[in-house]
Design a protein around this ligand. Sequence first.
Ligand SMILES: NC(=O)c1ccc[n+]([C@@H]2O[C@H](COP(=O)([O-])OP(=O)(O)OC[C@H]3O[C@@H](n4cnc5c(N)ncnc54)[C@H](OP(=O)(O)O)[C@@H]3O)[C@@H](O)[C@H]2O)c1
Length: 248
Amino acid sequence: MNFKNKNIVITGGTTGIGFATAQAFINAEANVWITGRNESNLEKAAAKINSSNLITVLADTSNMYGINALKEEIVSKKILIDTLYLNAGIAVFSGIEDVIEADFDAQFNTNVKGPFFTVQSLLPYLNEGGSIIFTSSTVATAANLNSSIYAATKSALNKIAQVVSNELVDRGIRVNVVSPGPIKTEGFDKVVKTEEAKTHLASSVALNRLGNPDEIARAVLFLASNNASYITGTELLVDGGYTTFARR
Ligand SMILES: NC(=O)c1ccc[n+]([C@@H]2O[C@H](COP(=O)([O-])OP(=O)(O)OC[C@H]3O[C@@H](n4cnc5c(N)ncnc54)[C@H](OP(=O)(O)O)[C@@H]3O)[C@@H](O)[C@H]2O)c1
């Protein structure tokens, strides 16, 4: 797949899935904008990718101030976006007794409000025939213990994607969701801390292993490409069979 002269915006592109996707788009010759909240993470990502086609934007897309900073960058470059990938997300796992308001708000702001208003504010700068992709999660349709708030944010995102896919058909903009299973990332390590927990999780996947970020990146590039020209309003599970695994 080649994305030469295509403009790709990725929220949360400094580590994990977003970083792997930025690298994959750069390898496919795209121009790529990545956001993150942390200047040093942005610098590290830029150094690793080491391409003049990569632009970093310091923007916390969980609030309107950060979303406006991203919008101003796009306006100043006078570009139209071909693919907008809403990937920034955080997860805090707690049982209902232990959920605190700050974690509830941070997850809804980062995982739902942020992507929604980022799409809304960048809509005028999206190319006709472009595409929007959201990172959701297998938890959106499962009911894993301690995931009530995180799962609710991803379910909300799935519904937003479905409705918006209908609202944007007239502009030829396809809207889809990628739902990863357990993927080895910096964010994953913060939530699943021990090797024992990782091994246990890997054994709940049909393919009997955790996924790699580039395996999600390849799915995102497919959905962004013309190979997916008849795909909109869908959720693509990239989970090694985690969702449907029947333990023998
Ligand atoms: N890894 C998994 O197993 C898994 C499974 C299902 C779904 N997901 C989803 O996949 C997405 C990426 O997760 P990951 O595992 O790759 O996590 P990660 O390694 O923690 O990466 C998250 C990225 O988002 C950025 N970010 C977080 N909050 C942000 C905000 N408010 N504004 C801008 N950037 C922000 C982070 O950079 P800074 O910290 O520098 O801001 C980082 O670049 C998330 O939506 C997550 O829910 C992950």
